[in-house]
Design a binder for this molecule. Sequence first.
Ligand SMILES: CCCCCCCCCC/C=C/CC(=O)SCCNC(=O)CCNC(=O)[C@H](O)C(C)(C)COP(=O)(O)OP(=O)(O)OC[C@H]1O[C@@H](n2cnc3c(N)ncnc32)[C@H](O)[C@@H]1OP(=O)(O)O
Length: 275
Amino acid sequence: MLRRYILNKTNTFINYRYASQSMLQSTIDDKLGIATLVMNKPPVNSLNLEFLEEIKSQLTQFKNDKIRGMILTSDLQKIFCAGLDITEFSNPNPERLSKICTTFQDTWLALYLTQFPTVAVINGHSPAGGCLLAMSCDYRVMVGPNYTIGLNETKLGIVAPKWFQDCMVAVIGQRKAEVSLTTGKMYTTDQALQIGLVDESVPDVDNAINKGIQFLNNFQKISPWAYKMTKDIRRQPTVQWLIDNKQKDLDFVVKSMMSPNVQKSIGLYLQSLKK
Ligand SMILES: CCCCCCCCCC/C=C/CC(=O)SCCNC(=O)CCNC(=O)[C@H](O)C(C)(C)COP(=O)(O)OP(=O)(O)OC[C@H]1O[C@@H](n2cnc3c(N)ncnc32)[C@H](O)[C@@H]1OP(=O)(O)O
């Protein structure tokens, strides 16, 4: 549905290709140089290893295509992204868990530091890793009023890695992030707008895409070099810890995921989702 809307809107796409297995659809508007990356992994766009690898490789492709901006959104009704695939946490194979963790670290760094401006059009619920994807973009437009967004990891009995937390601090500030993270709070669209977790709230996805394009149009007269240097200077403090501590972060996640207490919490959470 969303795909059709975007195509109708411009009619100028030079490139409309499906990534492997169609979990991701990417389009590039030739005239504006704007790419749209649409997540389409039913039922909830949960991030497993294969999906993360696709997102990472598509970001590299966009870098090579020298696009001028990107919109990240979802083709699913009511869901932007449900975060990491929780079934991957339950009795995990340590080798696969390590691979997912590393791929997620790299995907986040690639998204957070893109050389082009990015907008998340949040057209559905966006918990945990979904919220992280949105927070990593340069700008967030959320469809309201019925969706929710936030880092809810404590509600699962797990700990959001430091780089998730730092990313949230960079968006909403230390105090609000601390309350938000420790309580695992999910915010409605209006609440998210109020605390600055999203930049705009709109009633429907058409409006959201328009707002996203309007934001990206701001960069038509900005030198890509000046944009990228400024973004790197702003974002460097947030990424540096992870760049310096990838192995430490990985060890922490694997060790905590394997602990019986965490496994028990995840089992209970999964059961509650199934209900
Ligand atoms: C993977 C290991 C990697 C380690 C590397 C990094 C280190 C990270 C450490 C910790 C960080 C974690 C970050 C996370 O992202 S944890 C994930 C947290 N996500 C959630 O809590 C979302 C839970 N889901 C929901 O709240 C709701 O499903 C929804 C998204 C609001 C949608 O609600 P709706 O009513 O429309 O749909 P259902 O609830 O009926 O769900 C439909 C089916 O989808 C299944 N589901 C939902 N979310 C997930 C998920 N995140 N992973 C896997 N599966 C999910 C749900 O169980 C239903 O399945 P069913 O049809 O079989 O019953």
